[in-house]
Design a protein around this ligand. Sequence first.
Ligand code: TYM
Length: 332
Amino acid sequence: MLGDKKIIFSGVQPSGNLTIGNYLGAIKNFSAFSEEYKCFYCVVDMHAITVRQVAADLRRRTYETLALYIACGLDPEKNTLFVQSHVPAHAELGWVLDCHTMFGELSRMTQFKDKSAKHADNINAGLFTYPALMAADILLYQTDLVPVGIDQKQHLELSRDIAQRFNGIYGDTFTVPEPYIAKSGMKIMSLAEPLSKMSKSDTNQNAVVYILDGKDDIIRKFKRAVTDSGSEIRMSDDKPGINNLMTIYSCFTGKSFDDIEREFEGKGYGDFKLAVGEVCADALTPVREKFNALMNDKAYLEEIMKKGADEAAYCARKTMSKVKRKLGFVAL
Ligand code: TYM
């Protein structure tokens, strides 16, 4: 709690162009919490370097991710928006939690297994201990609730285990966080392989719709989306392509699956794919326009970064001094 408000923390890696998976699974949902909760939304650049980055690209994407937070509706006056590497307490607590996280626990993380298969030439220690740094992000702010897509659920569960372990050894130190996984949009799948997650690191550009794609690209990508045999628009276990498109349509329009099935009764996949493309493009046009305006004002973005880092550091410092005291570190 901060005052009488519960605390929310979430983060996005500036490791690629953000997709409608990031948007529907996470960022779009963030602004709904601003009034009721004290919210911290972080651009987690330190996580991004677990995979090799080009420095200039990382720097640009850090600005872009912050601009996208704002363009997607996060008001910097009502939310603390900041960059992870600006608050060194993340690294500091990350180390402490490394020492309270088990090798076996980290070895079981599916994201580590996936990423180490993908980057076999760079299976570094940071990639392995990534979830302990993520736990540090969350626990540093005494977070109550963490809005994420379902792919992050396993990391969240580990964060809870680490918090409980630490509290068990040293006495009450951290709030044990709960995941908040929106029912709609929790996992948006690739348009080319609807059994895999839509991912910003996918090399097939047609599989992924980026938040900043233009209308023509969006419509073209949806037109090409892989669908299933048959022709009916309805949710079904054997129709992963249509299920994904219906989920996307439902997230953008707020319509239920039943309503969508009725709306497209008697119509074919072609009509449906065009309709999904159109609602997506229409929803993202104002986001793109706001983003472009923000990217032309780097000074403003830096001002937000600075203010966010100060606010975050203030809260982080309180937790860190408690942690150090409990561990037995000498305070000067
Ligand atoms: P990242 O950067 O991969 O993704 C950011 C957010 O987008 C969600 N997401 C999706 N949701 C639905 N469908 C998809 N296809 C999809 N792809 C991504 C993710 O679940 C996430 O919510 N480890 C985190 C970043 C992180 C973090 C944190 C999150 C670091 N520290 C602390 C919360 C709290 C990550 O790699 O997200």
